[in-house]
Design a protein around this ligand. Structure first.
Ligand SMILES: *Cc1c(COP(=O)(O)O)cnc(C)c1O
Length: 421
């Protein structure tokens, strides 16, 4: 459920009309709903109630400072994958003991920044990384709390580019080598082994891969404890999927997922951490764009809009589907049309949808891409020298620009030309 609905025939974000925002900031833009973000975070929190737990928002899905502060103030932890995300979380007031550092390629510099600034734990993904972290921490006179990310060799049954839990993927250590790696960790003076981490992929619409992975983690917990390790925290990753198309909306609910966690690892007495990104931010955002032209091709109609693949790359990168709806609601029985919905960029990949049946729209009309809150703005670029588009946050009847669109002069002034030219 989100808070983008038609009222009196006009699409609203909570109590604000999309048209009012467009009039203020121009198109294209991203708009997020505070109520939706908080609702989804609370669903996860409730799903784990009664267990010692922390829900860490995967910041890579949506990392605007206002969003981080909104969720951080509500009690969320943060899952960060870079120094930049770590600094964003701290700047938004999230304490270090609620920040988890994930990622296969943490540098020594990033480790130092997080250790000095305060960190809940590092999710370590390899032995070389563990050795480096131990050296860095020992050099600072500290012991870094770590979990080790295991790769359970489970097929997440999702798009290949976002599946991470098969042995062929670069993530984690093979689960059958885990005991040896934990034994090595126990010899290091700069790390303190506190748990196990697993994350098998993103946009999972079936709970069974989670069940398989968490069952393996439960077995491993028992083995590692028998080996003498104090396994007291399980980080179970993110990855719960969302319905991108309202037509086939039957995704697992956070409450079902919480029950699965209880069933698989609840008996172990561990503190539970999860790292959802998309399920918190995905349906909390729209990308709004204006139709520029409707162009008749040889055998199809192109709907040419002012958003491009640089603003929302998911269709080009993951063959992703986004529902595209008109901002002015069409009366029932109104004409529908079939379009290839495309942007202005000089690439054939700049196609949002092919043969899409949707409301008939024309030049000047606004359309909204649903479920664009996650992996939208954060993956955008200025390709074709199109300035980064603004982000807007709505709360009930108020809205605020939370990242302005740069002017062309600002964009150009970021480059510097050598004196010798
Ligand atoms: C991407 C990622 C997540 C979040 O995945 P979602 O599908 O957005 O929930 C969580 N943890 C790790 C380690 C990730 O890489």
């Amino acid at each position: 459920m989100d808070h983008f609905t038609y009222k009196d025939g006009v699409l609203h974000a909570e109590d604000v009309t999309i048209q009012a925002i467009a009039d203020c900031v121009g198109t294209p833009f991203y708009v997020y709903s505070s109520a939706t973000l908080l609702r989804h975070f609370n669903l996860f929190n409730d799903a784990l109630s009664g267990m010692d737990h922390l829900v860490c928002f995967a910041m890579k899905s949506l990392s605007n400072q206002a969003v981080i502060q909104l969720l951080g103030d509500a009690g969320a932890g943060m899952d960060v994958v870079s120094e930049g995300e770590y600094r964003r979380a701290r700047a938004a007031g999230v304490p270090g003991d609620r920040i988890v550092f994930s990622g296969v390629g943490k540098t020594r510099h990033e480790m130092r920044v997080a250790l000095e600034g305060g960190i809940r734990q590092f999710n370590v993904e390899s032995e070389p990384e563990m050795d480096a972290l131990s050296e860095v921490a020992a050099g600072l006179g500290l012991r870094a709390p770590i979990t080790i990310r295991v790769n359970p060799d489970v097929d997440a049954k999702t798009h290949a580019k976002i599946a991470t839990g098969k042995s062929e993927n670069k993530f984690g250590i093979p689960i059958d080598r885990a005991r040896a790696v934990y034994a090595h960790a126990a010899t290091l003076s700069g790390v303190d082994v506190i748990g196990i981490d697993v994350h098998i992929g993103s946009q999972l619409t079936d709970l069974e891969p989670f069940r398989a992975a968490y069952a393996k983690v439960a077995d491993l917990t028992v083995q590692l404890r028998a080996d003498g390790h104090d396994i007291r925290r399980l980080d179970l990753g993110g990855g719960l999927g969302i319905p991108y198309s309202l037509g086939n909306a039957n995704p697992p609910l956070p409450s079902d997922y919480g029950q699965l966690i209880r069933d698989t690892v609840g008996h172990l007495g561990c503190e539970i951490e999860i790292e959802p990104g998309r399920l918190i931010s995905g349906n909390a955002g729209l990308l709004v764009s204006e139709v520029i032209y409707v162009k008749q091709g040889a055998d199809r109609q192109f709907l040419i809009i002012d958003a491009g693949m640089n603003d929302l790359i998911r269709p080009a990168m993951y063959d992703a589907h986004h529902d595209i709806v008109p901002v002015i609601e069409q009366p029932t029985g109104a004409d529908r049309a079939t379009y290839d919905v495309v942007g202005p960029i000089c690439e054939s990949g700049d196609t949002f949808a092919k043969g899409r049946q949707m409301a008939q729209v024309g030049p000047g009309d606004l359309v909204a891409f649903r479920s664009a809150g996650a992996y939208g703005a954060v993956m955008s670029s200025e390709y074709n020298s199109r300035p980064m588009i603004p982000e807007v946050l709505v709360q009930r009847d108020q809205f605020a620009v939370i990242r302005p669109r740069p002017t062309f002069d600002e964009m150009i002034a970021r480059d510097t030309v050598p004196a010798w030219l």
